[in-house]
Write a protein that binds this ligand. Structure first.
Ligand code: CO
Length: 602
C-alpha cells in the first residue's frame, strides 16, 4: 500500500465548549482535575479548556478563580497545549476593551498556561482581532484566526476566502472555520474546505456543533478535502448542541492514512469518567439533546439555546422558548445579519427575548443592541433596519472606525477602580472584564458556597451581588440560616428564599424572585406611601445594575432613572412620569420582576 500517513489532529473540547453547550458552562475545576493526567496522555493536538463563557461562569456562579483553573490544569497537563477561545477586542467579556487591556489579558493568559489562542470577532470585522493576534504572537502563542461561519444572503465562499487571506496576512498560524451554530452542511463544507486549501498554505481547523445532526458528515467531507484538525467532544458529553464524538472520528479513521493514532481504550476511560461527572449538572441539561434541523433556520448556537433556556426558566417563562426562537432571525435581519456568536448571540438573543416578553418589538432596546446599531461592536455585514436605526440613532452618530480606536487606555483607571479588593493583576483583569461580578467574587472567594444551592450567591455577603446568579431552579434545601418557600401567584410558582440566620437581617436575598406585589401582599415589596405617588415599575425581570437618580431629584418623562441588568445585558428604565423622586424602593443588586415598583414620583 502506498499511502502516506497524514494523521488528522484532534482537539478535545470537553473542558470548554462541550459543557458550555450542554451544561450551561457549569463544570467545576474539581471535576476536571481528576481526569487531567489521562487527558494529557491521549495525544490530542490540543485541549480546549478556557475562554468562552468559562471565565464569566467561574466568577458569577462557581466562586472559582478562572486564572487559577488554567494554572491548575496546566500543572496536570504539561504535554498537551491548552487552547482558549478569545473574542478579539472583547477578550472574554461583552464589550470592547482598550488595547492595553487586550494586550495584558492575552499576555496573562499565556502566563497561566494557554498556548493556542483561537481568536474571532462576532461580526467577522477583522479590525477587532488585530491587537489580540499581535499580542498572542508577541508572547509566543499559536494563533488560530477564525472565520465565524454563518448563513445569510450576504455570506458566501468568496467572502470567507478573502477573510482567510486576510487572517494569513495578519499572522495566523492556523485558520479555524468556526461553525458555532452547527450550520454547515456537506454541500457547503466540501467547496469551502477545498477552496480554502487551494487558497492558503496554513493548516485548517474545523469547529462545528452537532445540533443539526450533520456534523459527522461534514467532518468526513472536510477530511476528504484535506482538513488538518478537528474539534470533538468525548462521547459522554458529545452530540446534541455539543460536538461530534471524539471516539467516532477516531474509530472511523482507524487504519486509513488519516488515522488519528488516538487510543480508543484510553478514550473509553475518559468517557466513563465524564458520564459520572455529567450527573452532577443534571439541572443545567439542555432540552435539546437529539437532532434539530430547525436550527438551520433559526441559526442559534448550541450554547446560546442552553443559556436562553436557563434565562427563561429563571423567569418562569420557559413556555415562551419557541416564540423567542422565532423572533431571533427577525432581530438578526434587523441588525444586518451578524453571525450569532458571543457577544452578538447574546445581544440578538436578549433583544428577541425582550421583544417577546414585553409583547412589543423594540419596546425596550438594550444598551448593547443600541451600541451594535451605532457601530460600536464593529462593522455589521449588512444594512440596519431603517426603523430600528431611526429609533436608536435619533441623536447619536453611527461610527465607522475600529471601535477600540475611540477608547483611551484603561489600565490605570481599572487599577484605581478595582482598589484593594483586587490583589493581583489577574484580579484587575477579572475586574476589567466583569466589574460588579468581580467585586462580589473577591468577597466570596475562598469561602465555601452553600452546598445545596450551588448557583446561589452567599446570602450573608455584604457586597451587593449586582449581577447575582439567578435563583437556583427550586433548590431542595436552603443554605443554612434560610428557608425556601414555593409561592404561587396567578398560577405561577416562584421559589422564594427567606433568610432567618443571625447574619442576614433583611429578608428576600438577592437571588430570590419576588412575587408580583400587585397580586400578593409580599411584605418586602409593599410601598409605605401612596396618594399622589406615581410608580416607575420594572419593565422586565432582572437585577438593579445602577440607580440613576436620588430622592429629591426632578425628573422629566423619558429620563433614565435606573439601569437594570437582565440576561447579562443592560437596559435603561425610563420614567413615564415627570415630577420629584419621592422614594427609591430598590437598591443596586436587588432582583426585580416585571411590574415591581422601583421608584415613586410625586
Ligand atoms: Co462552539
Amino acid at each position: 500500500m502506498n499511502k502516506t500517513p497524514n494523521p488528522l489532529k484532534v482537539t478535545e473540547v470537553v473542558l470548554r465548549d462541550a459543557h458550555q453547550s450542554l451544561l450551561a458552562t457549569r463544570m467545576k475545576t474539581e471535576d476536571m482535575l481528576p481526569i487531567a493526567e489521562k487527558l494529557d496522555a491521549v495525544g490530542y493536538f490540543s485541549l480546549e479548556a478556557w475562554g468562552g463563557a468559562t471565565f464569566d461562569t467561574c466568577i458569577r456562579f462557581l466562586n472559582e478563580d478562572p486564572w487559577e483553573r488554567a494554572r491548575q490544569l496546566k500543572k496536570k497537563i504539561p504535554n498537551t497545549p491548552l487552547q482558549m477561545l478569545l473574542r478579539g477586542q472583547n477578550c472574554v467579556g461583552y464589550r470592547h476593551y482598550a488595547d492595553d487591556i487586550v494586550e495584558r489579558f492575552v499576555k496573562q493568559s499565556y502566563e497561566v498556561g494557554i498556548e493556542i489562542f483561537r481568536i474571532f470577532d462576532a461580526l467577522n470585522d477583522l479590525r477587532n482581532i488585530e491587537v489580540a493576534v499581535k499580542a498572542a504572537k508577541k508572547c509566543g502563542g499559536t494563533v488560530e484566526g477564525c472565520i465565524s461561519y454563518t448563513v445569510s444572503p450576504l455570506h458566501n465562499i468568496e467572502l470567507y476566502l478573502k477573510m482567510a487571506r486576510d487572517l494569513v496576512d495578519m499572522g495566523s498560524d492556523i485558520i479555524c472555520i468556526k461553525d458555532m451554530a452547527g450550520l454547515l452542511t456537506p454541500q457547503m463544507t466540501t467547496p469551502l474546505v477545498r477552496e480554502l486549501k487551494k487558497t492558503i498554505k496554513i493548516p485548517i481547523h474545523l469547529h462545528s456543533h452537532s445540533t443539526t445532526g450533520l456534523a459527522g458528515m461534514n467532518i468526513q467531507c472536510a477530511i476528504d478535502e484535506g482538513l488538518d484538525m478537528v474539534d470533538t467532544a468525548i462521547s459522554t458529553l458529545s452530540m446534541g448542541t455539543s460536538h461530534y464524538a471524539t471516539e467516532c472520528v477516531v474509530a472511523a479513521l482507524q487504519g486509513t492514512p488519516r488515522d488519528t493514532g488516538l487510543d480508543l481504550e484510553a478514550l473509553e476511560e475518559i468517557a466513563d469518567y465524564f458520564k459520572e461527572v455529567r450527573k452532577h449538572y443534571a439541572q443545567f441539561e439542555s432540552n435539546f439533546v437529539g437532532v434539530d434541523i430547525n436550527i438551520l433556520k433559526s441559526q442559534i448556537p448550541g450554547g446560546m439555546i442552553s443559556n436562553m433556556e436557563n434565562q427563561l426558566r429563571d423567569q418562569n417563562a420557559l413556555d415562551k422558548l419557541d416564540e423567542v426562537l422565532e423572533e431571533v432571525p427577525r432581530v438578526r435581519k434587523d441588525l444586518g445579519y451578524p453571525p450569532l456568536v458571543t457577544p452578538s448571540s447574546q445581544i440578538v438573543g436578549s433583544q428577541a427575548t425582550l421583544n417577546v416578553l414585553t409583547g412589543e418589538r423594540y419596546k425596550i432596546i438594550t444598551k448593547e443592541t443600541r451600541e451594535c446599531v451605532l457601530g460600536k461592536y464593529g462593522k455589521l455585514p449588512g444594512e440596519i433596519d431603517p426603523d430600528l436605526l431611526e429609533k436608536v440613532a435619533k441623536d447619536q452618530k453611527v461610527i465607522d472606525c475600529r471601535p477600540a480606536d475611540l477608547l483611551v487606555p484603561e489600565w490605570d483607571s481599572i487599577v484605581e477602580e478595582a482598589g484593594n479588593d483586587a490583589k493581583t493583576d489577574e484580579d484587575r483583569l477579572t475586574y476589567a472584564m466583569f466589574p460588579k461580578v468581580a467585586l462580589s467574587f473577591f468577597q466570596t472567594r475562598g469561602k465555601p458556597l452553600p452546598e445545596a444551592a450551588p448557583p446561589a450567591p452567599a446570602p450573608a455577603s455584604e457586597s451587593a451581588p449586582a449581577a447575582a446568579p439567578k435563583a437556583a431552579p427550586a433548590p431542595a434545601a436552603a443554605a443554612s440560616g434560610s428557608a425556601v418557600y414555593t409561592v404561587t401567584v396567578n398560577g405561577k410558582s416562584y421559589s422564594v428564599q427567606i433568610g432567618t440566620g443571625a447574619g442576614t437581617p433583611a429578608p428576600a436575598p438577592a437571588a430570590a424572585p419576588t412575587p408580583q406585589p400587585a397580586a400578593a401582599p409580599a411584605p418586602a415589596a409593599a410601598p409605605s406611601s401612596n396618594g399622589s405617588n406615581k410608580a416607575v415599575t420594572s419593565p422586565l425581570p432582572g437585577s438593579v445594575f445602577a440607580v440613576k437618580c436620588k430622592v429629591g431629584d426632578q425628573v422629566n418623562e423619558g429620563d433614565t432613572v435606573m439601569i437594570l441588568e437582565s440576561m447579562k445585558m443592560e437596559t435603561e428604565v425610563h420614567t413615564p412620569h415627570s415630577g420629584t423622586v419621592n422614594s427609591i424602593l430598590v437598591q443596586e443588586g436587588a432582583n426585580v420582576q416585571t411590574g415591581d415598583e422601583l421608584i415613586h414620583i410625586s
